[in-house]
Each structure stands twice: as C-alpha cells, then as structure tokens.
Design a protein around this ligand. Structure first.
Ligand SMILES: Nc1ncnc2c1ncn2[C@@H]1O[C@H](COP(=O)(O)OP(=O)(O)OP(=O)(O)O)[C@@H](O)[C@H]1O
Length: 233
C-alpha cells in the first residue's frame, strides 16, 4: 500500500563553487518535481551528482533556487530548523554508511529516534522491527566493526527508515558490495520507494540504474531527464 508522502521539488536550483581565481558551475540551474519511487542519478565522474544530492539534503547552500519538501522551503530554514526538518523528513544511505562505531547495530538504528524524542521503549521496539525488516535481527548487538559491508549497509538502511522519511537519499549504496548483497540492498530501497517515498540514488552501475522508476542524467552540471542508463559509464 502506498502512502502520500510530501513531494520533493526543486526550482531553479544551481551551485557554483569558487575555484582558484575562477568558478566551477557544478550544477546549472534546473527545476524538477521528483515523482515518488526510485530515481537513479547517473553521469560521469565530476558531473555534479554529489553536488545535487548535497543540495537536496540541505547540506550545501544553493547559489540560486530552492529545495522544497511538502511545500516547505528547506533553503530558507535556519541551521537548527533545517536539522530538525531533515530528521523528520529525510533518510540517508551513504557508501561509507556513517554508522556510529561505538554503538551496536540496534543502537545505531535507535539513534535518530532518540534525537526525535521517542521514548526508550518505543524506539527499541521500532529499531528491532527495522533490523528484522533488513534481515539482521541476529546482529542487533554487533558493533559496526563486527559487521560485513553488506550488513552495515543494511543497518544504514534500517536507520534511514527509522523516522519514516518522505525522502531517502542514497549515494552509491551498492558500490562496495558483491552482486548478491547489492541486489538485496537495492531491493530494500525499492521497497521503501514502492511505499510512496521519493528515493534518489546516485549510481555508476548500469544494472542498478536499469531498475529505477525514473532517471536523471547529469553531465557537466546539466541535469536532464533520461532513459535508463544512457549516460552510465
Ligand atoms: N567544495 C567544492 N569546491 C570546489 N569545487 C567543487 C567542490 N565540490 C565539488 N566541486 C566540483 O564540482 C564538480 C562536480 O562535483 P561532484 O562531486 O558533484 O561530481 P560527481 O558527479 O558526484 O562526481 P563523482 O562521480 O566522481 O563522485 C566537479 O568539477 C568538482 O571538482
């Protein structure tokens, strides 16, 4: 069953970085409404994919334009309000998964729920449920260093889903994984997308891109709507 999650929309979004005496136009202004489902962002190295993801997350400030989720303009929120907004609406799955090394798998999944003010009992129950969803109920007490790469990535997905986010941003989440584990991680992201979330995934993998519902090509900072894999290296 799909839920109605708030829509992710960008208007006239661009980013210029200073570079030596000059400037790099990392992202040329573009407008787009992300449809619910899985969007693959593809393009050559240095084309602007990470810049786009960082802007969508509000980690970077746009040079022009804005990012909106459910009509709220992320760009004009102050730092603290933006952090709260992110906690409520976003989940992140990055390749180095950013798990907290001294916390167990279960505690890592609980972490965003603790920040969001859920009671210990409530967050433990939800974290257990999510670890089971990603097939890791047997690894709850493992530290990240005691998990395989694929297991750690699945913990990262469980953590990203903990706050029931509208928007899930993933940067090469299958990049380090063997084919079978990568497929499992992708299936979890697809499941999150088919529930009605907007999942935006950067990938260099043609097979991963082929499984997305929507495609954005980025080349020299220019974003275009693309057929699957047309610009994947
Ligand atoms: N903080 C920064 N300062 C200056 N230039 C930057 C900065 N971050 C990125 N760039 C430049 O902006 C362009 C886009 O970089 P970006 O990291 O978005 O590319 P990418 O498509 O994600 O590349 P890759 O696939 O290699 O990760 C590149 O030319 C890069 O050198």
């Amino acid at each position: 069953m799909t839920a109605n999650f708030p829509v992710l929309k960008v208007q006239n979004l661009s980013r210029v970085y200073p570079s030596g005496d000059g400037q790099v136009q990392a992202l040329v202004p573009f407008s787009h409404t992300f449809a619910p489902g899985l969007t693959a962002v593809v393009g050559p190295s240095g084309s602007g994919k990470s810049t786009l993801l960082n802007l969508l997350a509000g980690f970077e400030t746009p040079t022009t334009g804005q990012v909106e989720v459910g009509g709220t303009n992320l760009t004009t929120l102050g730092e603290a309000a933006r952090a709260d907004f992110r906690l409520a609406h976003y989940g992140f799955v990055f390749q180095n998964h950013n798990l907290v090394g001294i916390l167990s798998a279960l505690e890592n999944v609980e972490f965003p729920l603790a920040l969001a003010g859920h009671s210990p009992k409530e967050r433990r129950a939800r974290a257990r449920e999510l670890l089971a969803l990603v097939g890791l109920e047997g690894r709850a007490s493992h530290l990240p260093g005691q998990l395989s790469g694929g297991e750690a990535q699945r913990v990262a997905i469980a953590r990203a889903l903990a706050g029931n986010p509208s928007v899930l941003l993933a940067d090469e989440p299958t990049g380090n994984l063997d084919t079978r584990t990568g497929e499992r991680v992708l299936a979890l992201l697809q499941e999150a997308a088919s529930a009605g979330r907007t999942v935006v995934l950067i990938t260099h993998d043609r097979d991963v891109a082929a499984q997305a519902n929507h495609h954005l090509n980025v080349r020299d900072g220019v974003v275009s709507l693309g057929e699957q894999g047309s610009l994947v290296r």
